[in-house]
Design a protein around this ligand. Structure first.
Ligand code: NDP
Ligand code: CA
Length: 347
């Protein structure tokens, strides 16, 4: 069914996009690699037929096109040519960067390596430049990648730096440390590419908000990043409590200017306000339901107006995802971001 745009801390009405030259709608989605989903993931409650490319491919395209995003950041793309053809007919240009040693390549009848992709509306933006990176951990290349694209909005001339990534999967202290190192490398890469432009970093970080990478992103001074979904939830809570008792204390406008204790509490507040899940699946080992996908944005230059709500537990159904209804085990994240007045004082 149709998912609902959560409007700026007010009602939950389905709204048509108002995409002015001062606004930008971004959709972030791990679409589930066709090859891995069908052969590797072990989604024990998902009917085999639901996992076929024939069944999934138009569900994926439909979800993207229906939501009408200006920018699309995808992970686990192993059918880039198909998406490029479909989205190409809908006013999008795309960039793809495969993982150097994608696990897909070790599966029979694969469709090539999986990787990250960025699509953008070609009538809204001009591509200034882009770069790709194999993320490094302790100066050694890992098997995870990122794309950065600098875009100029034709109508306003405003520029924005978009990045997407898919960090190392699986649990364990060592892997959570590895993700943190990949994230540090990513942030340096983005900062070097952005050259002071407003930044959006979205992706599958494979890390819950309690992992070190989450606070590493939020406390990276040079970019001043904040999490879109968490921020809208905080705003909603604050407004609700204002309406209830009139004089609620709020730290909405408290500028963090360096104190690491303050950073920690801001990161904690943010972590506590993330949605309850961005992926929900059942494997042999059991059910996995947690938040590991994010849209981060530079708070100085952008504000969040709307976020796309996640389907409820009921809508998802007892067998969770993927399913005939939901083609990926991850849900799409989407938000409307607006340039603030501060976005003029750069470059
Ligand atoms: P990652 O560990 O980052 O994960 C690869 C994919 O596996 C991701 O798309 C991830 O999805 C998915 N995944 C996560 N958890 C599970 C799970 N419990 N069961 C099944 N799939 C899961 O992979 P790397 O790119 O670092 O590559 C390493 C992997 O590739 C190894 O695990 C190895 O099996 C395979 N490989 C095999 C080789 C060989 O056969 N010779 C050679 C090289 C690699 P998500 O991000 O959505 O969680
Ligand atoms: Ca996956």
């Amino acid at each position: 069914g149709l998912r609902v745009l959560k409007l700026n801390a007010v009602s939950k009405v389905c709204s048509a996009p108002i995409t002015s030259s001062n606004q930008l709608r971004l959709l972030q989605w791990n679409i589930l690699s066709q090859c891995l989903g069908q052969n590797n993931d072990g989604f024990v409650k998902c009917p085999e037929e639901a996992l076929t490319w024939e069944n999934r491919k138009y569900l994926i395209v439909e979800e993207i096109v229906r939501n009408n995003p200006d920018v699309v950041c995808l992970q686990e793309v192993d059918h880039f040519k198909f998406l490029e053809r479909m989205l190409g007919s809908q006013n999008y240009n795309g960039i793809f960067f495969p993982k150097p040693d994608s696990p897909c390549l070790y599966i029979q009848d694969n469709n090539g390596p999986d990787g990250c992709a960025i699509f953008y509306k070609r009538d809204k933006f001009e591509l200034i430049n882009f770069d790709t990176r194999v993320l490094e951990v302790w100066r050694v290349q890992s098997n995870q990648v990122a794309i950065v694209a600098n875009l100029r909005i034709n109508e306003s001339g405003k520029e924005i730096c978009i990045c997407t990534t898919h960090l190392k999967a699986r649990n364990g202290a060592l892997l959570s440390k590895l993700r943190n190192e990949q994230g540090k490398d990513l942030l340096r890469f983005v900062n070097a590419m952005a050259q002071g432009r407003p930044v959006i970093i979205s992706g599958d970080f494979n890390a819950e908000p309690i992992e070190p990478i989450y606070s590493t992103v939020l406390s990276y001074k040079a970019l001043g990043l904040s999490s879109a979904y968490a921020d809208l939830n905080i705003k909603e809570k604050t407004n609700a409590s204002k309406q209830c008792n009139g004089n609620a204390t709020t730290n909405e406008n408290s500028e963090s200017d360096g104190g690491s204790k303050e950073d920690l509490s801001l990161a904690e507040l943010s972590a506590n306000s993330e949605p309850p899940y961005t992926t929900w699946k059942i494997r042999e080992e059991g059910e996995v339901c947690h938040t590991i996908d994010y849209i981060f944005y530079s708070k100085k230059h952008l504000k969040v107006n709307n976020c796309l709500q996640f389907p409820s537990e009921n809508e998802i159904g007892v067998n969770r995802t993927p399913s005939f209804q939901y083609p990926s085990d991850h849900f799409s994240l989407m938000c409307d971001l607006e340039f603030t007045d501060n976005s003029n004082d750069l470059i």
